[in-house]
Design a protein. Structure first.
Length: 204
């Protein structure tokens, strides 16, 4: 559950599909240059690895926007009817409208392939040079392919930490050269240290 200013997030993406259902207020998403605004009772399905920006779209009533975010196995819920059923199951609410994120204009580098080779392959598939692919990637998604790959690694680190891995093991599994490098990038990106993230929020 997210509220008010916690909804204002810079460019990011998730390893899971995200289904955002707005309970009250307004929320604004920017995805691949397109703007999607949600009002109470509406939902948005964002596929895994889709870069997006989100914010509370009602600054005059800060704190009055409430949104339930469900993080789902990629590809499990793909249409509006499935998403509506999921919202009914968890909240007993009927969504008035379910938006689907716009299709991505360019293919994304995959985490299980070397970055440069992946970019070259994707550029060939798009019938573009590597440089043209990288420029268009930056224009469409707001970050370079290298930055996208780094966020993939950091998202993987978060998943590893949530599962109980140590900082060192999470850094190794995500492909970082060393733990301190991962720690600096993690804190700069997410505003907390890997150790604090793994422990979770302190009890009230």
């Amino acid at each position: 559950m997210a509220q008010g200013t916690t909804l204002a997030l810079p460019l990011h993406f998730h390893q899971e599909d995200q289904l955002a259902f707005l309970l009250s207020g307004c929320r604004h998403f920017l995805i691949a240059g397109q703007s999607i605004r949600l009002t109470a009772g509406q939902a948005l399905l964002i596929p895994a690895n889709t870069p997006h920006i989100s914010r509370d779209d009602n600054p005059t009533q800060a704190g009055q926007t409430f949104c339930l975010n469900l993080y789902l196995i990629p590809g499990l819920y793909t249409d509006r009817a499935d998403c509506a059923g999921l919202i009914r199951h968890h909240l007993g609410e009927q969504a008035s409208r379910i938006h689907l994120a716009p299709p991505l204009p360019l293919p994304l580098p995959m985490q299980d392939a070397p970055l440069m080779g992946s970019i070259q392959t994707l550029a060939r598939q798009a019938r573009m040079s590597r440089e043209a692919y990288s420029r268009r990637f930056q224009r469409h998604y707001g970050l370079a392919p290298q930055a996208f790959r780094l966020l993939q690694q950091l998202n993987m680190t978060k998943a590893q930490l949530r599962s109980g891995s140590s900082n060192l093991q999470a850094a190794i599994d995500a492909g970082f050269a060393d733990q301190s490098h991962m720690g600096r990038l993690f804190r700069r990106t997410f505003g907390t240290t890997p150790g604090r993230y793994r422990v979770g929020p302190a009890p009230l």
